[in-house]
Design a protein around this ligand. Structure first.
Ligand code: AMP
Ligand code: ZN
Ligand code: FE
Ligand code: FE
Length: 289
């Protein structure tokens, strides 16, 4: 797409609304972005574009530039890899089909987790549904919120550290496509793929170099290096990989409203990187106020 104006800084390219596991509606989130002093914000709900319309209207009303996006669930072997995707065509058939399949699997997986939990805790599926709005991409955060509402844990974060941790017997994975297929899917829909928080488990658990090379070859755009959960040694490794494979560097908050301590704008992306994303994307346009 053709370059216009440029992008108002600061830019935060990873946030969640109630469409997935954030605690604010898309318009509340955009208002919060303005109040936090952001010039540009990306809405990246898990496996859903259902918030784009509302966020776009709010962006115009609030004078914030919006980059419509998504955080696509993928996996590589046993590991879950989150792929941020920007400015793709939300009506692309393959992407619509794949995200529907992921959301369906997330739903049956969450029901099974709750069934397992109900043997030990007085918790029902209705308690979890109460923590969602119609169409929400369901995840462990909603089960966590139900556990909080029932008084079993004080906060969502403590539910993740304890009852919902994969090390306990209640955890189950959900369906997700291979990361390489995810990159191809996003590119085929005209979008720009960036790996979210790629080093939360430290340097030795970053995706191996051969696979990173294949992802770059398939069209991976960048790595979200500036994210609070990437470890210091992991970031060093990511900078090496970015340099070797010509990947751009992004930074963002991964804001979830009151669901996580992450604050809007705590990490940001350089305006020229946002510009490069907009220049390369062919699926959708940024929303400019
Ligand atoms: P799931 O994808 O269902 O396995 O749930 C994991 C998701 O929960 C990740 O995307 C996290 O960002 C999200 N999450 C939301 N709030 C929290 C929290 N307080 N602690 C840990 N993860 C959280
Ligand atoms: Zn999330
Ligand atoms: Fe994530
Ligand atoms: Fe996220």
């Amino acid at each position: 797409m053709t370059a216009e104006a440029g992008f108002p800084a600061p830019a935060d390219l990873h946030t969640h609304s109630r469409v997935s596991d954030g605690t604010e509606t898309p318009s509340q989130l955009v208002r919060a972005a303005r109040e936090a002093g952001l010039g540009t914000v990306a809405l990246t709900d898990h496996d859903s574009t259902a918030g784009w319309h509302e966020a776009s209207e709010a962006a115009v009303e609030n004078g914030v530039t919006l980059i419509p996006g998504m955080e696509l669930s993928t996996r590589h072997g046993w590991r879950s890899v989150h792929l941020l995707a920007y400015l793709f065509d939300p009506t692309n058939g393959d992407l619509v089909e794949e995200t529907a399949r992921i959301r369906q699997s997330r739903l049956t997986r969450a029901e099974t987790i709750v069934q397992k939990l109900s043997a030990d805790y007085d918790l029902t599926w209705a308690d979890v549904v109460e923590q969602t709005t119609p169409g929400t991409t369901i995840g462990r955060p909603h089960i966590a919120d139900a556990l909080v509402a029932r008084g079993f844990v004080p906060t969502r974060s403590e539910a993740f550290a304890g009852i919902l941790h994969p090390a306990t017997g209640y955890y189950l994975p959900h369906y997700a496509p291979e990361t390489l297929d995810g990159v191809r899917l996003v590119r085929a829909a005209g979008g720009i793929p960036v790996i979210a928080h790629p080093a939360t488990r430290g340097r030795d658990n970053v995706l191996d170099e051969e696979y990173m090379a294949a992802l770059a070859e398939a069209g991976l755009f960048g790595l979200e290096i500036d994210h609070r959960e990437n470890t210091p040694d992991g970031r060093v490794r990511l900078h090496e990989l970015a340099e070797t494979y010509g990947l751009r560097i992004t930074g963002s908050s991964d804001y979830h409203g009151s669901g996580k301590p992450n604050r809007l704008g705590e990490n940001t992306t350089a305006p020229e990187v946002v510009q490069a994303i907009a220049d390369e994307a062919t699926g959708w346009e940024p929303v400019r106020p």
